[in-house]
Design a protein around this ligand. Structure first.
Ligand SMILES: *Cc1c(COP(=O)(O)O)cnc(C)c1O
Length: 426
């Protein structure tokens, strides 16, 4: 056993993967809510936020909600009712229906599908974009032509070909929910992420490109959809003199204080993107000569560069195994693995993270179908994939990792992060 990088000193202040970056306007709008005494889930900040969010995403309407998961839940309900009609009380909007879902993403992308009784079928990731594989999606429609809903997330702010995904959906008469939680401000062919879905959602969670500490928006071009989402999010109260209810409701509206924070952040979206881009490019430059590649940028897309990530060449991987909770590796000269690099990063008080563990590898979804370019199967364990199926998501999870990508990381600090990573391959 040998110790790599033993003489780099840890940072005094932790370097985060992605932390909030405040500017001052946020406090002004929070104070505005306080002074006007609109300390509730309505007020000027909420109204203004909805205007700004819609405009920024090139959509007609935004409905501001307590978080993006709630927005996705309402997207799923809207799609479910449009496709299958109003469910009986006690049933989900997608009861027993298969839904094609991104596989390599945060589980919030598809949790709402499960809330509504749907059955996620996972679509593999393409190596060229790290987003949903359109060839695998076509394959899925061949296997299940009656599926009517696709939920697709953009990974780390680097869009894939969501336009192709959308046209495949149209061809098969399916609706598309776009989870643009990580991709606010990113574009494909000049079109904003969040504007491709029939229903889309963005997030203002604390680690996203801009934040309200929490919060999210549902985006749509259809006024009736926006009105319905707004109604459902406020306990589905009917227009009557008393509390009249014809359908189930939720308490999903955003706080006017939180909306003030987001309102104050929007003017800085492009600045944050520029900072994140500089971080990505410094890593790219700093990794020259190493057996590492940064996460891909697809032609025609402009990422928001939310998280810089990288993947280790196959022949530069030392041995690494992961079970459900732990990871082990065998250090080797000239080689490394995500576990070793993440340990090295954390040893200098910085934060990295494994790639989102694909959903088909998660214990709760092991018996769910998983469809790749080359076939379909059920991935029962990390190691077992039905014969002939090439599992791109598992491979990216195995060899990839997210790097410290905080806006406030200085070039000097980043150089040290790069140095410690270079040391892993010595
Ligand atoms: C952060 C995130 C969400 C959830 O957003 P919240 O606002 O925290 O509910 C959903 N999907 C993806 C891909 C995310 O990264």
């Amino acid at each position: 056993m040998f110790i790599k990088n033993k003489d780099i000193k840890p940072f005094e202040k932790k370097v985060w993967l992605a932390s909030p970056t405040m500017h001052g306007d946020e406090l002004k709008w929070m104070t505005d809510a306080f002074e006007k005494n609109w300390m509730t889930t309505a007020g000027d900040n909420v109204n203004e936020l909805e205007k700004i969010a819609a405009e920024s995403a090139q959509m007609k309407y935004a409905v501001a909600l307590c978080n993006c998961t709630a927005a996705l839940h309402l997207c799923v309900k809207l799609a479910g009712e449009k496709l299958y009609g109003k469910p009986m009380i006690g049933h989900g909007a997608l009861e027993g229906k298969r839904v094609f879902c991104s596989d390599m993403t945060f589980d919030a992308t598809l949790n709402p599908v499960v809330y509504e009784g749907g059955i996620p079928v996972f679509i593999d990731t393409e190596a060229s974009s790290w987003n949903m594989d359109s060839v695998a999606l076509e394959k899925a429609f061949e296997l299940y032509p009656d599926v009517k809903l696709v939920v697709c997330a953009e990974l780390y702010g680097f869009p894939g070909r969501i336009d192709i995904i959308k046209s495949i959906c149209e061809k098969h008469g399916a609706l598309l929910i776009e989870d643009a939680a990580e991709a606010m401000g990113a574009t494909l062919n000049g079109k904003q992420c969040g504007s491709f879905g029939d229903y889309s959602a963005v997030s203002y969670n604390g680690n996203k490109i801009i934040t309200g500490s929490s919060g999210g928006c549902l985006l749509t071009n259809d006024i009736e959809v926006a009105n319905k989402a707004r109604k459902w999010s406020t306990q589905a109260r009917e227009a009557a003199a008393w509390y009249q209810h014809e359908e189930v409701g939720y308490n999903y509206r955003i706080s006017n204080v939180v909306a003030g924070v987001v309102r104050g952040q929007y003017p800085y979206l492009s600045e944050h993107i520029a900072q994140k881009k500089a971080i990505y490019e410094r890593y790219k430059e700093g990794f020259k000569g190493l057996p590492l590649t940064m996460n891909p940028i697809v032609d025609g897309t402009v990422p928001n560069y939310w998280l810089s990530a990288c993947i280790i060449d196959k022949d530069a991987m030392c041995k690494q195994v992961r079970d459900d909770k732990t990871a082990l590796y065998i250090p080797e000269h000239g080689k490394s693995c995500p576990t070793e690099i993440l340990e090295a990063i954390s040893s200098i008080n910085a934060e990295g993270r494994p790639i989102w563990k694909p959903m088909h590898m998660q214990p709760m979804y092991r018996m769910h179908e998983f469809i790749t370019q080359t076939g379909s199967g059920r991935a029962k364990t990390n190691a077992y994939i039905k014969g002939g199926v090439e599992d791109i998501g598992a491979d990216i999870f195995d060899r990839g990792l997210c790097l410290p990508s905080d806006n406030k990381m200085t070039p000097e600090i980043q150089d040290k992060v790069i140095e410690i990573i270079r040391g892993c391959f010595e």
